[in-house]
Ligand binder design. Structure first.
Ligand code: 5AD
Ligand code: SF4
Length: 484
């Protein structure tokens, strides 16, 4: 770094104070610096953003990518070859953390051989003080560490790192701020995630998210609509509205608005064909939302409705604020309004104090609801959450056994659910050339099922009527029916 002049960042008075102008200013500065670095290296410098965890993180990574491309970095899909590697981390379960440490060790060895290389870590894991402590102690080769609340400051932090050559660590405890209108680079040209809210106020007793993502705050509806309109003008036909609990959207706005009202507004955007959203908390899912969904032509017939457990006793200890019966009644209302809806869920096995009877209640819910698919998780103890301090943590072999029984049940039911569409024609969005056979296109139906059918790359991003010839367990083989 020594051959390049170092500004004294603190002393500069012409730095804009307002956002997002300030970040655009730093993008320009980082760009200048990167040009010098590229000259010294004799080639363009590359970056790779690796995402762990949920769709929120995937969307954040698109924002990081947008900033990096504007600065002039070139994307390199292989992180072992990239000059700048960014890990956008997840900490919802302990094994996510372990994966990050493992891969980071490997990156450290590669960095020793590449003098131009930088490593940044961000996302939920960085909001845990023990993690940052461990990084400072045992992973000193990391160049940049920031958290979930100040991700919008990426350009500024990177510019400071470039210009000072020092490790930059910036973690905020919380924020009430939402910065709009920063660049972002979509992974798919035809579909996009759109944040509608950040954070979570629910404090389910097992979950670390409220501690690392902070308090719930909703984006202004105008900002959301403006973003979607721009996306549609840029070729997007499908949006996924993102929030930890979309059903409580708008409660904290200056002019409160329900999620159902927001959906009605989004539905009116011309050129937008499909609307998805996640995640829905059962306790906040209103009849108004069911009505809006049932009457909509654009909202996909798919609802991700995490149940977590089927035992009312455990649900109470989880602080979920609904009962087994309440959940089943809600499912009944949803199915009555939309008989063709696809329902998916998240389930945790082995929560502290879970007995065999509690587990059988979960199995009972699975059999009654018959989910189209379910994500099953082994309970993971997260330091600082109320559940971590609960007595009666369940032995690993008991949890494993329950997990296997649950998985078997869930898979059997989802294969049966998938098969019911065989022989029908469905509207399918062509998403990608098939990974295994380049003569096939992989498309997605409104209910989120995948179908592979003959086609080519020119079809990507468009809708086709596809005949579902054969169900293969959890996906279909099909062919386009010619429209007369
Ligand atoms: N252990 C296991 N699974 C968890 N989830 C959240 N916290 C934990 C935990 N401590 C699961 C929940 C949630 C999904 C995103 O992750 O099922 O819905
Ligand atoms: Fe975690 Fe519960 Fe919030 Fe979901 S609703 S993010 S499970 S605390």
């Amino acid at each position: 770094m020594n051959e390049i002049s170092v500004h004294n960042v603190e002393q500069e008075l012409h730095v804009p104070l307002n956002e997002p102008e300030r970040q655009y200013y730093y993008m320009d500065r980082a760009k200048e610096y990167l040009e010098k670095m590229s000259e010294a290296a004799g080639r363009p410098l590359t970056f790779c953003v690796t995402t762990f965890g949920c769709q929120m993180n995937a969307r954040d990574s698109e924002k990081l990518t947008g900033i990096l491309e504007r600065i002039g970095y070139v994307e390199e899909p292989d992180e072992e070859k990239a000059d700048f590697v960014i890990y956008n981390t997840c900490t919802v379960r302990e094994n996510a953390n372990q994966r990050v440490y493992g891969r980071l060790g490997q990156l450290g060895r590669i960095k020793k051989k590449n003098p131009h290389m930088m490593i940044a870590l961000c996302g939920c894991m960085m909001q845990e003080p023990e993690v940052v402590e461990k990084l400072n102690k045992s992973y000193r080769f990391v160049d940049l560490i920031f958290g979930t609340h100040n991700i919008y400051k990426f350009a500024e932090l990177l510019a400071v790192r470039m210009e000072t050559g020092r490790t930059v660590t910036d973690i905020w405890k919380d924020t009430d701020r939402i910065v709009e209108d920063l660049p972002s680079e979509r992974k798919y040209p035809f579909k996009s995630g759109v944040n509608i809210m950040f954070g979570c106020n629910n404090f389910c007793s097992y979950c670390i998210v409220p501690y690392v993502r902070g308090r719930e705050r909703s984006r202004d509806p105008e900002a959301i609509i403006r973003e979607i309109e721009r996306l549609v003008a840029d070729g997007v036909v499908e949006v996924m509205l993102l929030g930890q609990n979309v059903n409580s959207y708008g409660k904290t706005l200056e002019h409160p608005m329900s999620f159902a009202e927001l959906l009605r507004k989004i539905e009116r955007i011309d050129g937008l064909e499909r609307i998805r959203f996640m995640t829905s908390h059962p306790k906040d899912l209103s009849d108004e939302l069911i009505q809006v969904m049932a009457g909509s032509k654009k909202i996909c017939r798919h609802l991700h409705l995490p149940v977590q457990s089927g035992s009312t006793r455990i649900l109470e200890k989880m602080n979920r604020r609904y009962t087994k019966e309440g959940y089943l009644a809600l499912v009944e209302r949803i199915r009555q309004a939309m008989p063709d809806i696809s329902l998916t869920t998240d389930i945790i096995v082995g929560f502290p104090g879970e007995t065999e009877e509690d587990f059988l209640e979960t199995m009972d819910v699975v059999r009654k609801v018959r989910y189209d698919s379910a994500f099953t998780f082994i309970y993971s103890k997260r330091t600082g959450t109320p559940a971590a301090a609960m007595a009666d943590q369940i032995p690993e072999e008991v949890v494993r056994d329950r997990f296997n029984r649950l998985l078997h049940e869930v898979q059997e039911i989802s294969a049966e659910r998938c098969a019911i569409h065989e022989g029908t024609v469905q509207t399918v969005l062509a998403e990608a050339v098939n990974d295994h056979d380049s003569r096939l296109i992989t498309g997605r139906m409104g209910n989120n099922l995948l179908v592979h059918f003959p086609g080519d790359a020119s079809m990507i991003g468009k809708f086709y009527p596809v005949y579902l010839r054969e169900c293969k367990g959890f996906y279909y083989l099909g062919e386009i029916v010619s429209g007369e």
